[in-house]
Design a protein around this ligand. Structure first.
Ligand SMILES: CC(C)(COP(=O)(O)OP(=O)(O)OC[C@H]1O[C@@H](n2cnc3c(N)ncnc32)[C@H](O)[C@@H]1OP(=O)(O)O)[C@@H](O)C(=O)NCCC(=O)NCCS
Length: 167
């Protein structure tokens, strides 16, 4: 059986699927994922990211008190990342990706669900949103499956959802 959770204690390391916080030592892994071909194509800034740009961005993100950045670990492997940039007190924008070797297996939905759970350990309620390109069907399916409201503006699919500890 797969257990889900945020790693909060040594005991949780035994669980086969969980989120952990991004660490300084993840700088190269996050760089590789950021420059993955599909990740760039599905992003609204498609240009390849240089190492120098990444270094600055990563250091800032790591110390930014308004960013939550997690890695999805599955059976001891790092297989994806999800980031929430908190823009207002309890509202934030989601950005996420799954390592290409693990796509098509349902992990996109799991990482998003675990991230919602993580936020609810900190906030009583929280508004999440994401912008998705028209061509990114997998991501559209994931947000719809998890109950996000959908609207379309200028060919961009916009998703939002209020998450609440009581739900
Ligand atoms: C987007 C991404 C996170 C999706 O994660 P994933 O776990 O590989 O997603 P899946 O392939 O399991 O697809 C999710 C759902 O979409 C469905 N789907 C995927 N492609 C589809 C298509 N062309 N038509 C219809 N349904 C499709 C899948 O069947 C699945 O549905 P299910 O849960 O009912 O089986 C992953 O592809 C990725 O990292 N892409 C690059 C970065 C990216 O696009 N990030 C998101 C930016 S908004």
């Amino acid at each position: 059986m797969i257990s889900w959770g945020i790693k909060t204690s040594k005991n949780m390391e035994k669980q086969s699927i969980y989120l952990r916080k991004v660490l300084q030592s993840d700088i190269k892994l996050i760089f590789e994922w950021a420059n993955d071909k599909d990740a760039r194509n599905n992003s609204f800034k498609t240009k390849e990211i240089t190492w120098a740009e990444h270094e600055t961005w990563f250091e800032n993100t790591l110390k930014d008190l308004k960013t939550r950045h997690y890695i999805l670990c599955y059976n001891g492997n790092d297989i994806g990342q999800i980031r929430v940039k908190i823009e207002e007190e309890n509202q934030g924008k989601i950005s996420y990706s799954i390592d290409k070797a693990y796509r098509g297996l349902g992990f996109g939905k799991i990482i998003l669900q675990l991230c919602e759970n993580a936020l609810l350990e900190e906030f009583k309620d929280f508004y999440l949103y994401a912008d998705v390109k028209k061509s990114n069907i997998a991501s559209q399916v994931i947000f719809k499956t998890l109950g996000y409201n959908e609207s379309i503006e200028n060919d961009v699919f916009k998703y939002n959802k209020k998450i609440n500890i009581n739900k």
